[in-house]
Ligand binder design. Structure first.
Ligand SMILES: *Cc1c(COP(=O)(O)O)cnc(C)c1O
Length: 387
C-alpha cells in the first residue's frame, strides 16, 4: 500500500488511483536528464522520440493493437471529445445522427449535448434496471445517416459492463462507426482490440495507477480519422498538436504494462472483495439498495454502488470522510452538486433513491480488514443521517 494512504481508507479508485512507485520511477528520468522535445532533431530530441515510440508500442501491445492506432491525449476527457467532435466533423455533410446512452460519463454526454446544439440529432439510448443497453434498442436507433455510436464500456458509477462484442458486431455489420469509453475497464479486463469490434476507444492513465494528464484515443487503422481539435505543430499524426507529455506517456505505458500483468490476480481478488462487501452492506444496512448489475462478473471489478434512501449521498460521503473513509456520491466531478444522479434516474429509480447514492470503488490497496471497518461504522452513520 502506498504509505501516504496510512490510517485512512481509500475507496474511490474509480475517481483516481495513486501513482504506482514503479511508474513514478519510470517517469523520473523524463523530468530530469531526458527532458528533450520528441520533435527535435538533435540527441535530446531523438532520445525523447525513442521513448515516446516505445511507450506507444508498449500500450499497443497491452491492448493487442498497432502502435499507429494509438493517439496520445491529455486524458480521457480529451480522447472522448476527440472521438465525438472529431468524427462528427469528419463526417459532417454526409451524416447527421449520433447514438449514445443515458449513462455516459460527462465527457461524452456533454460533448453530445454540444453537438445536439450544433444541429446533430442524438439518440440517447435507455438502459434497463441494472444499467444494460439493449441490443434491440440499439438496432432500432441506428439509421443510414448515423455517423457514430458512443457507449461507455464499464460505467464509472454503477459499474455495468456493456455487451460490447454483441453491440459492436451489429454495428460493424451495418457499417456504423463505434466508440467506447473504456476508462473503467482498461487495465482491469483483458481487451484485445484486434478482436473487439470497435473503431475508437478512450483510456486514461490515472485510472490504472498511472499519472494524471495522460490518456489516449485508439483509432482503428482504416477507420475515418477524427478531425483534430487542437491545431499546431502536427504532432500525433496531425490528430493532436502540442508537445507530448512524455513523462506522463512513459508513465502510462509502464502503468498499463503493470496493470495488464496483474489482471489475472487483481481482478478476481477485487471481484471477491466486491461480492463479500455487497452482501455485507445489504445485510448490515436496512433499506440499502444495490444499484447496477447484481452479478459481480458484469460489474467493473471493485465497484459497489448503493442508495441509502432517504437522504443525500453527499451527506453520507462527508460523514464517512470524518471516519477516515473516502468514497464518492457518484462521479467525483458532480460531488458538489446535490441533484438526483442522472445515472440512477436512468435505471428507472425514484428521486429519493437517486439522491442517496454512495459509490465504493476498491483497488490494489483495499483489504478485507478495511471493508470490515467500513461495515462496522456504516449502519450507524446511515441511520444517523436518515433522521
Ligand atoms: C475518469 C473518467 C473519464 C475522464 O478521464 P480524465 O483522464 O480524468 O479526463 C472519462 N470517462 C470515464 C468513464 C472516467 O471514469
Amino acid at each position: 500500500m502506498p504509505p501516504f494512504i496510512g490510517q485512512r481508507i481509500y475507496l474511490d479508485h474509480a475517481a483516481t488511483t495513486p501513482l504506482d512507485p514503479q511508474v513514478k520511477a519510470a517517469m523520473l528520468p523524463f523530468m530530469e536528464e531526458q527532458f528533450g522535445n520528441p520533435s527535435s532533431l538533435h540527441y535530446w530530441g531523438r532520445q525523447a522520440r525513442k521513448a515516446l515510440e516505445q511507450a506507444r508500442e508498449r500500450i499497443a501491445n497491452c491492448l493487442n493493437a498497432r502502435p499507429n492506432e494509438v493517439v496520445f491525449t491529455s486524458g480521457a476527457t480529451e480522447a472522448d471529445n476527440l472521438a465525438l467532435f472529431g468524427v462528427a466533423e469528419a463526417l459532417r455533410g454526409s451524416k447527421k445522427h449520433l447514438v449514445t446512452t443515458q449513462i455516459e460519463h460527462a465527457a461524452v454526454a456533454n460533448a453530445c449535448r454540444r453537438l445536439e446544439a450544433q444541429g446533430w440529432e442524438v439518440t440517447w439510448l435507455p438502459v434497463d434496471a441494472e444499467g444494460f443497453v439493449s441490443p434491440d434498442e440499439l438496432q432500432r436507433a441506428v439509421r443510414p445517416d448515423t455517423a457514430l455510436v458512443s457507449i461507455i464500456h464499464g460505467n464509472n458509477e454503477i459499474g455495468a459492463i456493456q455487451p460490447i462484442e454483441q453491440l459492436g458486431e451489429f454495428l460493424k455489420a451495418r457499417g456504423v462507426l463505434f466508440h467506447i469509453d473504456a476508462v473503467q475497464t482498461v487495465g482491469k479486463l483483458p481487451l484485445s482490440l484486434a478482436d473487439l469490434p470497435v473503431d475508437y476507444l478512450s483510456l486514461s492513465a490515472h485510472k490504472f495507477y498511472g499519472p494524471k494528464g495522460a490518456g489516449a484515443l485508439y483509432v482503428r487503422e482504416g477507420a475515418p480519422l477524427p478531425a483534430p481539435m487542437l491545431m499546431g505543430g502536427g504532432q500525433e499524426n496531425n490528430l493532436r498538436s502540442g508537445t507530448e507529455n512524455l513523462a506522463g506517456i512513459v508513465g502510462m505505458a509502464e502503468a498499463l504494462a503493470l496493470a495488464t500483468e496483474m489482471i489475472g490476480t487483481e481482478t478476481p481478488r477485487l471481484r471477491a472483495l466486491q461480492s463479500r462487501f455487497t452482501e455485507d452492506v445489504l445485510r448490515a444496512v436496512p433499506g440499502a439498495v444495490l444499484n447496477g448489475p447484481r452479478e459481480a462478473a458484469l460489474r467493473v471489478p471493485g465497484n459497489a454502488h448503493f442508495s441509502f434512501p432517504p437522504g443525500e449521498g453527499e451527506a453520507l460521503v462527508l460523514h464517512l470522510d470524518l471516519k477516515g473513509i473516502a468514497v464518492s456520491s457518484g462521479s467525483a466531478c458532480h460531488s458538489a452538486v446535490i441533484e438526483p444522479s442522472r445515472i440512477i434516474k436512468a435505471l428507472g429509480k425514484a428521486d429519493d433513491v437517486a439522491r442517496a447514492t454512495v459509490r465504493f470503488s476498491m483497488g490494489r490497496s483495499t483489504t478485507e480488514a478495511e471493508l470490515d471497518r467500513v461495515i462496522s461504522v456504516l449502519p450507524e452513520i446511515v441511520s444517523r443521517f436518515r433522521k
